[in-house]
Design a binder for this molecule. Sequence first.
Ligand SMILES: CC(C)[C@H](C(=O)O)[C@@H](O)C(=O)O
Ligand code: SF4
Length: 468
Amino acid sequence: MSPKTLYDKIWDAHVAHEAEDGTCLLYIDRHLVHEVTSPQAFEGLRMAGRKVHAPDKTIAVPDHNVPTTLGRDNPETMPEDSRIQVAALDTNAKEFGIHYYPVNDVRQGIVHIVGPEQGWTLPGMTVVCGDSHTATHGAFGALAHGIGTSEVEHVLATQTLIQKKSKNMKVEITGSLRPGVTAKDITLSVIGETGTAGGTGYVIEYCGQAIRELSMEGRMTVCNMAIEGGARAGLIAPDETTFEYCKGRPHAPKGAEWEAAEAWWRTLYSDDDAHWDKVITIKGEDIAPVVTWGTSPEDVLPITANVPSADDFEGGKVGAAQRSLDYMGLTPGTPLSEIEIDTVFIGSCTNGRIEDLRAAAEILKGKKIKDGLRAMVVPGSGLVRAQAEYEGLADIFKEAGFEWRLAGCSMCLAMNPDQLAEDERCASTSNRNFEGRQGYKGRTHLVSPGMAAAAAITGKLTDVREMM
Ligand SMILES: CC(C)[C@H](C(=O)O)[C@@H](O)C(=O)O
Ligand code: SF4
């Protein structure tokens, strides 16, 4: 047998049919659904008189539009377009008989946090969702990627997806991370190195000691941003850390089924002599706590650096850098650690898990946020919120001056009431710093949870290592 990568193995296990031109029909194990990209898909099904093919493998949760304040199950807390989408999901989930975590269910949260938490996401699976950050689930050694609304309808109707195979890329992070450096710094640094198009046409497998040393939460943070580097999906081979996380989750297999599943999962790794179309190696000890200065996730620099000048770039990037600097209102040469912020957002499917909240609380313990600053923590799910309350983290955040919110996408994107005002500058643990992403003319600096907490205390972008 020829050697295979992890991606090859999962792909081969799911091909139901291959056409002569290499186009394949892939079987889909899990279909996650949220309110933004599903209404037309369900409507298509209804018009065609079809059912959902595998309702037991289809999981729905509202997340993008939902407010994160108490009393939100009153529809009047939502603007009309949001209300329509959330109401449509509610109707569709009930009518088509799929698994559903409505807004007032403690298990509700961001779809990419809920899936793993409930044990829906498991190694070796194919996982799709009408959402680009489906890449998150690759942390389990599952082939997971976003699909468009017409594909959502196709998967609902057939539990299959038409796909062409991507190329194999290996990103190896050797050695260990230094103190204060996290999964978020890894994933941003990789994009800083490859650019937002570097992964185009590839599925990335992240490997190496620094990846092995990450918790499942950290691995999800890394894979979450594979899409920002242009990749089709990100993957991490499953290991003891993965199995331990999955075991006992509500929808994970039990007993003999678990044993059989685990035996297969243990075969899910890239063979030593497998072929890679592209390889990138980064030393873990070379990675610093980073921040973004521009309006693309590739605009990454260590917190100890200065704001660049457009002249530091070449070709088409000169204009793009100038536009970024203008939009961000930054002057070249300013130390990044002198940039004052108005807002701090801790949350999103990148950094809204319990470990992220612990990391931020660790820095905030016994401290207060800068006077006049707006800061909010939005747990990624109701269960993360409950756990954080149980551990006393919520009290640390509240005593420091943070707003303690209910679960949802919140300020990660301007689709709900949590938004930046014009020119407001935010240190954010989310994954996109595009123009207007967090609100019209809002300015976003992407950081890790610890860096966000440090910035909340000083009111400036801050090197978390100074606070440890
Ligand atoms: C709204 C949704 C389709 C979108 C995505 O696909 O990623 C959102 O989740 C985002 O992060 O921009
Ligand atoms: S938290 Fe942000 S990135 Fe994640 S699904 Fe929601 S909007 Fe998209």
